[in-house]
Design a protein around this ligand. Structure first.
Ligand code: DQA
Length: 164
């Protein structure tokens, strides 16, 4: 089971940037907590941060055949990027959108997410803990997908045996 974590523009500035909104924690500390959870649960995890929209689109596309799920904070691109939305939709992998701040409590231009409608779920306003919640949620989704595939395989085997 592999999860790719994709972080959008300015999230490399966490710990320096708007601490009153995003808190003091650095991105690398958030990632090391996520890695701890992944290791305990036998999950492969990879982290990617970019300030460039096209690089984020490329990384999402590269998830095909490589990852089982995506955790993404598209940051400001959440509110503007049809390209990132289309990429998330195209890869057909479960994705969870995370925002440190409660975007619905902030300026009106942050209330709309172009990406959330193509995600399995959205976690907002929980600070860095939101990424932990996303890990728990993604693990649950991937376990359900695995159980469903196993049930389908078992049913197919039974059908094949009945034909013989
Ligand atoms: C953010 C919210 C966005 O509106 C903002 O542009 C960000 C961070 C968050 O995590 O709260 O860069 O995605």
């Amino acid at each position: 089971m592999k999860i790719v974590v994709i972080q959008g523009p300015n999230l490399n500035m966490l710990g320096i940037r708007d601490q009153n909104i995003y808190g003091p924690m650095k991105l690398e500390d958030i990632h090391s907590q996520m890695k701890g959870f992944a290791d305990k649960n036998q999950i492969d995890i990879e982290f990617f941060q970019s300030n460039l929209e096209g690089e984020i689109v490329d990384r999402i596309q590269e998830c095909i055949g490589d990852a089982d799920g995506i955790i993404i904070n598209p940051a400001a691109y959440t509110h503007t990027s049809i390209a990132i939305r289309d990429a998330l939709s195209a890869v057909q992998l479960p994705a969870i959108e995370v925002h440190l701040s409660n975007i619905h409590q902030r300026e009106e231009f942050r209330h709309t997410s172009l990406t959330a409608p193509v995600c399995a779920g959205q976690i907002v306003g929980m600070g860095p803990f939101g990424y932990h919640l996303a890990m728990v949620g993604m693990t649950q989704i991937l376990n359900e997908v695995k159980a469903m595939k196993q049930a389908q395989q078992a049913q197919q085997q039974m059908q094949n045996q009945a034909k013989q």
